[in-house]
Design a protein around this ligand. Structure first.
Ligand code: HEC
Ligand code: HEC
Length: 398
């Protein structure tokens, strides 16, 4: 009897260890509520990180700027990075769901590239890990640039001004495709905003933020529970959540968007049974193929927001007031539960019970995260000067 009891106690640590192991294996989705005291503090934005193998130089940035606005880095030379990431529309395109390559539509909201330099999980579901990798995938993607690597490279090699500039910057005899993405990334690293009222306040200028905005910041960190996910200098933890953002009905009304939506299911290797049930963007699931990741999107930064409506991955909210109302009611219905019978909605959202004043203060705080608008003239692009190989040059304007 005594022995059996002794053996019985031995199970206790064993079961505990197994439970802990299981929690670790399943990752963050099973972890209980986060401890607020460990969250990175809201803070002024430091200088952007620069990778050791792609140093910033003024010549590289200038070349990257030209390439960013040059539609020859794309399939049918009709759409440049700068067309979707338009400087006069907050460096995005202002639509709920982004425009696409001619004959297609994109299927998600276009993100601003202001401050993208600080992110190491790019796109709504973190599909690219560096600006260098992101640029290439944007220019090649079927519904964005639809460009073919060798063809884009050859175009650059037939533009004398680019031949000269690539040689200056990268020391190559002829432009190399990969270097184009390096130059564009260097240009994007200059598109940062570090002098917002919020940054100035955090650096000691206590008058930089209005009284309302300061009160809003307290709500953001306290009653609003926003810092659970929007924290650190960029106001994002770069993790993935399903908030229950309502469906954007445009997918059911616009043939091109429905085509793209269906095409993306195949392109991303969705199994037949999931494809049949899918009416909504499954977000992180496309990368992991785990049911628990359905409908999850990366927490976005909240900087430069004033210039970048509409909001969310499907552009369903047109104002910050709408976003705050959405959070005040604890998010909305889980689209995943509707279609698949299991919920992936985060339990970090609860009805907040904010008063009208508190909502207005929260909006004032969100506004203080944007400074002056960053505008830029679109540069004049260099012309082709095709060398036929027999000494004759063929020139034209584009
Ligand atoms: C057809 C419009 C379109 C074109 C052209 C385009 N983009 Fe985008 N861009 C988007 C959309 C839409 C997203 C979000 C896509 C997603 O998450 O699936 C995005 C996302 C990004 C992001 C990520 C920002 C973040 O917060 O994670 C960067 C950086 C970016 N684009 C840079 C570029 C560059 C550089 C080019 C040119 C090589 C380019 N884009 C061309 C529409 C476009
Ligand atoms: C559970 C994590 C989480 C919490 C808590 C949270 N957010 Fe978010 N926030 C996100 C995610 C994820 C998105 C993108 C969701 C999507 O598109 O489906 C987002 C999007 C936003 C956007 C839109 C940004 C854009 O560029 O489209 C705003 C504004 C915002 N949140 C503000 C807030 C405020 C204010 C609070 C507190 C009341 C808050 N958030 C609480 C994770 C969170």
């Amino acid at each position: 009897m005594r022995n059996r009891k002794y053996i019985g106690y031995l199970w206790v640590p064993l079961i505990l260890a197994m439970a802990l192991g299981l929690m670790a294996m399943n990752g963050p989705s099973t972890v209980v509520k986060k401890d607020k005291s460990n969250l990175p503090a809201l803070a002024a934005l430091p200088a952007p990180p620069v990778p050791a193998d792609n140093k910033q130089t003024p010549e590289k940035v200038e070349l990257g700027k030209l390439l960013f606005f040059d539609a020859r880095l794309g399939g049918d030379v009709s759409i440049a990075c700068g067309d979707c990431h338009n400087p006069t529309i907050g460096w995005q395109d202002g639509a709920d769901i982004c425009r696409g390559y001619p004959g297609t539509s994109h299927w998600r909201n276009c993100q601003t590239i202001i401050n993208a330099a600080y992110l190491d999980k790019l796109f709504w579901v973190g599909a690219a890990r560096s600006l260098e990798a992101q640029g290439r995938s944007a220019a090649r993607g079927g519904v964005a640039g639809n460009g073919e690597d060798d063809l884009m490279e050859e175009r650059l090699r037939q533009i004398p001004e680019y031949i000269k500039r690539f040689k200056e910057v990268f020391g190559t005899e002829r432009p190399e495709g990969m270097d184009a993405w390096r130059a564009i990334a260097a240009f994007e690293r200059t598109l940062v905003q570090r002098d917002t009222p919020f940054d100035k306040y955090k650096l000691g200028d206590k008058n930089a933020m209005s009284e309302d905005a300061v009160k809003g910041m307290k709500i953001f960190e306290g009653k609003g529970n926003c810092t659970q996910c929007h924290n650190g200098p960029m106001l994002t933890d770069q993790k993935y959540y399903n908030l229950g953002v309502p469906e954007n009905l445009v997918f059911e009304e616009d043939a091109l968007k429905q085509i793209t939506f269906r095409f993306e299911q195949y392109a991303k290797g969705v199994p037949e049974e999931v494809y049949r049930k899918t009416k909504t963007d499954l977000g992180l699931y496309y990368r992991s193929k785990r049911d628990v990741d359905m409908g999850k999107f990366r927490t976005p930064s909240l900087r430069y927001l004033v210039y970048t409506p509409p909001y969310m991955h499907n552009g369903n909210f047109w104002s910050l007031e709408e976003v705050v109302d959405f959070y005040d009611q604890g998010g909305d219905e889980d689209q995943i539960a509707k279609g698949f019978g299991h919920s992936t909605k985060t339990d970090l959202l609860k009805p907040l019970g904010l008063t009208d004043d508190e909502k207005a203060q929260l909006v004032a705080f969100l506004e203080s995260l944007s400074g002056e608008e960053i505008l830029m003239d679109i540069p004049v692009l260099p012309a082709y000067g095709v060398d036929r190989g027999d000494g004759l040059k063929v020139e034209n304007a584009q």
